[in-house]
Design a protein around this ligand. Structure first.
Ligand SMILES: Nc1ncnc2c1ncn2[C@@H]1O[C@H](COP(=O)(O)OP(=O)(O)OP(=O)(O)O)[C@@H](O)[C@H]1O
Ligand SMILES: [Mg+2]
Length: 375
């Protein structure tokens, strides 16, 4: 597979104080929808600006379509970036905004006309050419901003937090639009977000970043079901975590001693012998089962501590006798199964649904208990 982007050991300092990128490496396949997801300040925009050639870096290598970008200025890169605050020129109408880049490149009038019409049609904004950006809704402005980059037909389109200024329903709609658009145009998309819902639903490949480092790269399902670190596990969704120690390991399964009990889990795919290791034992709330019978390999006694109705699902919060809290979610059917706080209930789960996490993060020197139980 051709690589649209290859980043090797990229380091970026802002002055002497901030190490924004602490040697990150990743590859983006041509035609991929690659999403960089991580909390505020982790280095997403820094990475994007460096790829676009708008920002210098300290060390490392960047290749695009096999070519080293070291001395290639922004305007010579086959890449186009939609900035975080997608500012459109307010004094120009939609047509002039979208055609701006092509005019700068000195393209012919009829070619510009054709390209602008094509991208406006792709995002459902044909007929809006004469409107001022001030006369558009937030979502429409967003789409025009995307057009402005897309019209250049770059081999790589960089979208830095394109969905951060819209309300929830519009965000859901734009997620669909972006996916359809990506399928239709076939260019490589690199998009950043700090919302799990956006990353999981749009990405073909998902990269989880933490302050200046890459925690994990994989398909959304891989990261969700086989996270490599506590940080990655938490960043893609809710997970119950218990601090524990691996007591024994055989035939692909390990036994983990926690304060709430001794539980089993599959050995992580690339894990060696973990016997004696301090680990986090994790299980997603939707994989816990209430009123568990003995057929579940892992069962624990608990009490109901609270419940929350979210429309499509119900979340029960349970307390185990040692004071650990467990979240259980169930699809919301007509009734809430239990409302009496203090009610005893057995919770169970299958061994294959649990994960053992050896590391709190790829960042070295963190204490696993502090990461599990800290805020
Ligand atoms: N121009 C700058 N000068 C100094 N420090 C900067 C500069 N730009 C960013 N930083 C710092 O570098 C780190 C990474 O910032 P960056 O903007 O890449 O984060 P981000 O992941 O895009 O965050 P957000 O989700 O808030 O947009 C942060 O600690 C930030 O404060
Ligand atoms: Mg940013």
């Amino acid at each position: 597979m051709t690589k649209a982007v290859e980043v090797k050991d990229l380091v970026k300092w802002y002055g002497k104080e901030t190490l924004a990128l602490n040697s990150i490496s990743f590859d983006v396949d041509a035609g991929d929808f690659f999403v960089i997801m991580g909390p505020s300040g982790c280095g997403k925009s820094t990475t994007m600006k460096i790829l676009a050639g708008l920002l210098d870096y300290d060390s490392g290598e960047i290749f695009m379509n096999g070519q080293n970008m070291r001395n290639v200025p922004a305007y010579k890169r086959d890449i186009s970036m939609m900035l975080e605050n997608y500012a459109l020129f307010p004094h120009m109408n939609v047509y002039d905004n979208v055609s701006f880049g092509l005019r700068m490149l000195g393209k012919q009038q009829d070619e510009i006309e054709k390209s602008v019409q094509r991208v406006l049609r792709l995002v459902g904004m044909e007929g809006f050419e004469k409107r001022s950006p001030l006369e558009l809704s937030g979502g429409q402005r967003q789409r025009v901003a995307v057009c402005r980059s897309l019209v250049l037909d770059p081999s790589v389109l960089l979208l830095d937090e394109p969905l951060s200024h819209v309300d929830y329903r519009l965000m859901r709609k734009l997620i669909e639009d972006f996916k359809v658009l990506h399928e239709e145009v076939g260019n490589t998309f690199v998009l950043t977000t700090h919302y799990q819902e956006q990353g999981l639903s749009m990405a073909e490949t998902l990269m989880i970043m933490n302050t200046g480092v890459v925690e994990q790269i994989g398909t959304p399902e891989e990261v969700y079901w086989s996270p490599k670190t506590v940080f990655a596990a938490r960043f893609v969704g809710d997970i119950n975590l218990l601090s524990g120690e691996v007591e024994s390991q055989r035939k692909g399964e390990c036994t983990v001693k926690t304060d709430a009990g001794v539980f089993r889990a599959p050995v992580p795919r690339d894990g060696g012998d973990l016997t004696g290791a301090k680990v986090a034992y994790g299980i997603r709330p939707e994989r816990l089962v209430l009123d568990a019978t003995r057929k579940y390999e892992n069962v624990v006694d608990s009490e109901l501590d609270g419940f929350y109705f979210f429309g499509n699902l119900i979340e029960y919060v349970l307390k185990t006798s040692d004071g650990n809290s467990l979240k259980v979610t169930e699809p919301a059917d007509a009734t809430i199964k239990m409302r009496a706080v203090g009610k005893s209930i057995k919770v169970g789960w299958r061994t294959q649904d649990a994960v053992v996490l050896e590391k709190p993060s790829v960042i070295k020197g963190l204490d696993i208990d502090e990461v599990i139980y800290g805020t």
